[in-house]
Design a protein around this ligand. Structure first.
Ligand code: B12
Length: 305
């Protein structure tokens, strides 16, 4: 499997993009790709910045492996529909590299994480669930696909490293007890990270009391709750009351999403926001960014080891 690199030399970037070093230097001088210097005075470029440049410019990537990206990145012009079908196939067959390659290719081609999650990965997982319930996919294949998907999301998370931390708003999120669905709660974390938030998923299956403590102690600007499974509707309502009170106490936004909760489930909870998709979530969190400062990069995708 290809290892991701955090920083590369301008020569490697020029070769990866298939352009001369003088062309690359011109782009750097125009501020299109930031250049950094190591303590020893060597010029270095963050792979994250190169990816952001590719997303913005449409420039092609000749040799992705020089940046530590899967070799096939950019070779195929994925449409979202075809990417969904191929990811489903790769998930069922346990092909980690193919899943990773498709997701990074879509990013490089300019698709953002909400589009990739809402229209590619989530529908592929829905179809996986359908096939599992019909017996066309057996349990080990479903479990392997879930693990593989989580692996791909963890890799993305390791690479979502905002270059500057000052001024960024904090968000925490989780799922409640009995809800074991780590994939959607991690996707929400990634959407926030890519939008420049300092986001931390506390994971899945958390008792409500510890979540209340987390909100009151960590005092984030935003708390997100991912709800993929509700064991008992009455208990869920009580848990929402507790979390809403905690969020009000510290003055943070409280956003709920997930396949086991609808807007009408929250009708008794004015102030608790509902998002139906990651696109809706991305739009909602954008409106929290009170005063976008230069410390909040619009794109923070950083590829690292
Ligand atoms: C992967 C999976 C698992 C994995 C979870 C692994 C993991 N680490 O997360 C494992 C193997 C553990 C599992 C277990 C079970 N599962 Co399961 N599982 C799935 C599967 C295939 C995918 C779930 C997923 O991640 N979807 C991707 C997410 C992103 O999609 P989504 O939730 O629809 O999200 C959309 C919106 O809701 C929103 N959103 C989601 N979260 C959030 C959060 C925020 C903050 C926001 C803003 C938006 C948002 O954005 C997305 C749109 O793009 C689903 C199929 C399906 N329809 O989803 C079945 C499914 C949910 N599972 C099912 C079942 C029956 C089970 C089990 C009972 C049996 C089993 N398979 O072993 C157990 C029970 C576990 C439990 N205690 O609850 C059924 C549920 C049927 C039902 N409604 O009652 C499903 C629907 C499969 C099916 N077709 O029958 N499962």
């Amino acid at each position: 499997m290809t290892r991701m690199k955090t920083y590369v030399s301008p020569r490697q970037v020029a070769r990866a993009l298939g352009v001369s070093e003088s062309t690359l230097k011109r782009w750097c001088d125009r501020g299109l790709i930031p250049m950094q210097k190591t303590a020893g005075g060597h010029r270095r470029m963050a792979v994250s910045d190169v990816i952001a440049f590719l997303r913005d410019s449409g420039q092609e990537l000749a040799q992705p492996e020089l940046l530590g990206l899967p070799a096939a990145v950019g070779r195929t012009q994925w449409t979202l529909d075809r990417a969904r079908d191929q990811i489903l196939r790769a998930l069922i067959d346990g092909q980690h590299d193919v899943v990773s390659e498709i997701v990074v290719s879509l990013l490089v081609a300019g698709h953002d994480l909400p589009a990739i999650f809402d229209t590619v990965v989530a529908p592929a997982l829905h179809e996986l669930g359908e096939r599992w319930s019909c017996g066309d996919v057996v349990i080990y294949e479903e479990r392997r696909a879930s693990e593989l998907c989580m692996g791909m999301l963890r890799e993305l998370r390791n690479r979502l490293q905002p270059s500057r931390r000052a001024g960024r708003q904090n968000a925490i999120g989780a799922t409640l007890e009995h809800d074991v669905y780590t994939i959607p709660v991690t996707m929400a974390e990634l959407v926030l990270l890519d939008a420049g938030w300092n986001a931390t998923s506390l994971g899945s299956n958390l008792p409500v009391d510890t979540l209340r403590d987390a909100i009151e102690t960590l005092r984030p600007e935003l708390f997100w709750l991912s709800v993929s499974y509700v064991e008992n509707a009455a208990t869920f309502q009580t848990e929402l009351v507790i979390l809403k009170c905690a969020a009000e106490t510290v003055g943070c936004r409280f956003i709920v999403g997930g396949q086991a909760v609808t807007r009408s489930d929250l009708s008794e909870f004015p102030g608790v926001e509902h998002c139906h998709s990651f696109r809706g979530f991305a739009e909602a969190i954008e409106s929290t960014e009170a005063s976008p400062s230069e410390d909040q990069p619009s794109r923070s995708l950083a590829l690292s080891n």
